[in-house]
Design a protein around this ligand. Structure first.
Ligand SMILES: [Zn+2]
Ligand SMILES: [Zn+2]
Length: 276
């Protein structure tokens, strides 16, 4: 796949427009009904924005190019390419979009669960946020971004999902991810809460309370959490957000610290194992 400067500038242009639009919309919504008292330009705002910028301009394109190369040169020979594309494209567009959303969220669920259990130092960058706003949705370590690309590309490649249905699903899921991270005091009533995630629901994924760890992995369909035993929905809001106190205490503040932290942790764990 060819990725050139023109692609990069159009990606950056879309990113700037996205941030300005989404920021303006959530600036108003978060003011109306906040879950917590957090200022729009909160502590960590600059770093979260900087990380998002790096991901869009550098790490996401690299991940896509690497995965596309891998699919075309390795996977294609092993797994039949786009098994169900003709059946999917025959569906009405709304069904395609809903199906696309579910497929992408199913992939998100298992990738997210995988990162909690096997790639925690990298995913911890997302969880080290002690305040949750729309911008926290973009606070992801580049290796987390790469893992997401691997899961999504493989899943979509396998099925043969493409075209308007896929674009619609990606667009809606992105918007929904901003919504569930936003500082909004909103939970859904039963039975809707068993199907769709709300901002309240995702706040429990970030809760600093031990009983809430490793719950609510979905991005959109809480039904998937319900299916696999990770659904958690207390009525009250969490008391706070972030990591276990010991891990939070030593967590770096700056952007470079966030980028380096997981690698230092992996090296430290490796050294401890070797010495044991
Ligand atoms: Zn998580
Ligand atoms: Zn989150």
């Amino acid at each position: 796949m060819d990725y050139n400067l023109q692609h990069l500038f159009s990606d950056l242009g879309i990113f700037v427009i996205e941030i300005l639009l989404v920021g303006a919309v959530f600036y108003m919504i978060e003011k109306m009904r906040p879950a917590e008292e957090v200022t729009f330009f909160k502590p960590g705002f600059r770093e979260e924005l900087g990380l998002a910028f790096l991901n869009v301009s550098l790490f996401s394109p690299i991940s896509i190019v690497v995965m596309a190369f891998f699919v075309m040169n390795v996977i294609q020979d092993i797994i039949p390419y786009q098994m169900f594309s003709s059946q999917i494209e025959a569906l009405p567009i709304t069904i395609q979009i809903v199906f696309g959303l579910f497929i992408l969220d199913f992939s998100t669920y298992w990738r997210h669960r995988f990162t909690h259990h096997f790639m925690w130092p990298f995913h911890s960058v997302h969880h080290a946020a002690t305040n949750l706003t729309w911008l926290t949705a973009l606070r992801l370590h580049p290796i987390d971004i790469f893992t997401a690309t691997v899961f999504d590309v493989l899943m979509l490649h396998l099925l043969g999902f493409s075209g308007v249905g896929l674009l619609g699903a990606v667009f809606i899921l992105k918007g929904y991810n901003y919504f569930t991270h936003a500082n909004i005091n909103l939970k859904f009533d039963k039975p809707l809460r068993y199907v769709l995630a709300s901002p309240h629901y995702h706040r429990w994924h970030h809760a600093g309370e031990k009983h809430a760890y490793n719950k609510n992995y979905c991005a959109m369909f809480s039904l998937i959490d319900l299916m696999f035993g990770t659904y958690y929905h207390p009525e009250r809001l969490p008391k706070g957000y972030g990591l276990e106190p010991l891990e939070q205490k030593d967590y770096p503040d700056g952007l470079l610290g966030w980028l380096a932290y997981p690698f230092k942790q992996v090296a430290k764990n490796f050294k401890t194992k070797k010495e044991a």
